[in-house]
Design a protein around this ligand. Structure first.
Ligand code: NAD
Ligand code: ZN
Length: 345
């Protein structure tokens, strides 16, 4: 079969590789029908994720059809259409019992990290009973790829950790796919204002069509000052950091109203300076974490009922064998006006 492999920093290749098989009775092998590329794959290609070693097939998002099935898998059968979670869960360990699947003692973020991932014709999924979700008949399977990672990430680590309430003023710093997922799912809770902050004016335009009430372009003056002006000098009730840089974390910690929550979603490669001398008396809560994907069934229901349409995050489509071109487009997102690129097998 063909697969997109990491060959060390800045090196990837579309190569012939052995098709995966069943290794444990709880495994299945899925034939990929749709997959995508994540901001984290770009982090890997920069060499920022040392757990990924050369030869690893990348990708942790996708949907497909079960081709082979282990003897102990009870929830699925051959031919079932399934959504692949970016998080593998054994379903039995203490963390899984608390729905902290990100910390599963034999799972977590494995796909496209420590085991071969979804940017291939076939992928082996360990603990299939707990790491896949059945796709309802008639669903838009391309759109469901957004539920492998970005939608639960924006929802769990941004919206739920940020405890958005009706009437809140919310700022989301970063209008990439994850920030946009937070923007879409924040609207479940009827915030009064949703302020999007980014440096990419195309993404900010798109954010308006997704429900942002205000947009601020970093570079057009001081973003902190602009947020404070918009909020009568008070600041926001919830700030969601969806970039992963000291500069954007700084914006978030500088725009908090008393009692506010700062929900960090971004993956940080460097430490940030936390202004405890200003924040201590403001009754601030700060949260951060790796997505658990425990809300995937809930999100599936909201998509099936038409409450949200994650398909609108898809800007580009390519055949799977043109994945190297898709990486070029996704890697130049501002120039290409790209959000999510879908690869169809
Ligand atoms: P992305 O790179 O597509 O989006 C980041 C956005 O930030 C871009 O639109 C970019 O223009 C903007 N940006 C960059 N520098 C900026 C600055 N100085 N000021 C304002 N805006 C700036 O990434 P994404 O796929 O949307 O992911 C966002 C973050 O979430 C990444 O760090 C990613 O690794 C992380 N992530 C976290 C989890 C988790 O479980 N916590 C899961 C998936 C992704
Ligand atoms: Zn577990």
């Amino acid at each position: 079969m063909k697969a997109l492999i990491y060959n060390g920093p800045a090196q990837k290749a579309w190569v012939e590789k052995a098709k995966p098989g069943i290794e444990a009775p709880t495994d299945v092998v899925v034939r990929i029908t749709h997959t995508t590329i994540c901001g984290s794959d770009l982090h890997i290609l920069k060499g920022d994720v040392p757990t990924v070693t050369p030869g690893r097939t990348l990708g942790h998002e996708g949907v497909g059809v079960i081709e082979e099935i282990g003897l102990a898998v009870s929830s699925y059968k051959k031919g079932d259409h399934v959504l692949i979670s970016c998080i593998t869960a054994c379903g039995r360990c203490n963390y899984c019992k608390h729905q902290m699947y990100a910390h599963c003692s034999d799972g977590g973020w494995l796909l496209g990290n420590t085991i071969d991932g979804t940017q291939a014709e076939y992928v082996r999924i360990p603990y299939a009973d707990h790491s896949l979700y059945p796709i309802p008949p008639g669903a838009d399977e391309e759109a469901l790829v957004m539920l492998s990672d970005i939608l639960p990430t924006g929802f769990e680590i941004g919206v739920l950790n940020g405890q958005i309430k009706p009437g809140d003023t919310v700022a989301i710093v970063g209008a990439g796919p994850v920030g946009m997922a937070a923007l879409l799912t924040a609207q479940f809770y009827s915030p009064a204002r949703l302020i999007m902050v980014d440096m990419d004016s195309n993404r900010l335009e798109v954010a308006r069509t997704f429900g942002a009430t205000d947009v601020i372009r970093v570079g057009d003056g001081d973003a902190v000052q602009r947020v404070l002006e918009l909020t009568g000098g008070i600041g926001v009730d919830v700030a969601i950091e969806a970039v992963g840089l000291p500069a954007t974390f700084n914006i978030c910690q500088s725009i908090l109203a008393p009692g506010a929550r700062l929900a960090n979603v971004g993956v940080h490669g460097k430490s940030v300076e936390l202004h405890t001398e200003k924040l201590w008396m403001q009754n601030i809560s700060i949260s951060m974490g790796l997505v658990n994907t425990n809300t995937t069934p809930t999100l599936l229901q909201t998509v099936q009922s038409g409450r949200i349409d994650p398909g609108k995050l898809i800007t580009h489509r390519f055949p799977l064998d043109q994945i190297e071109t898709a990486y070029e487009v996704f890697g130049n997102a501002a120039k290409e006006k790209a959000l999510k690129v879908i690869l169809n097998a």
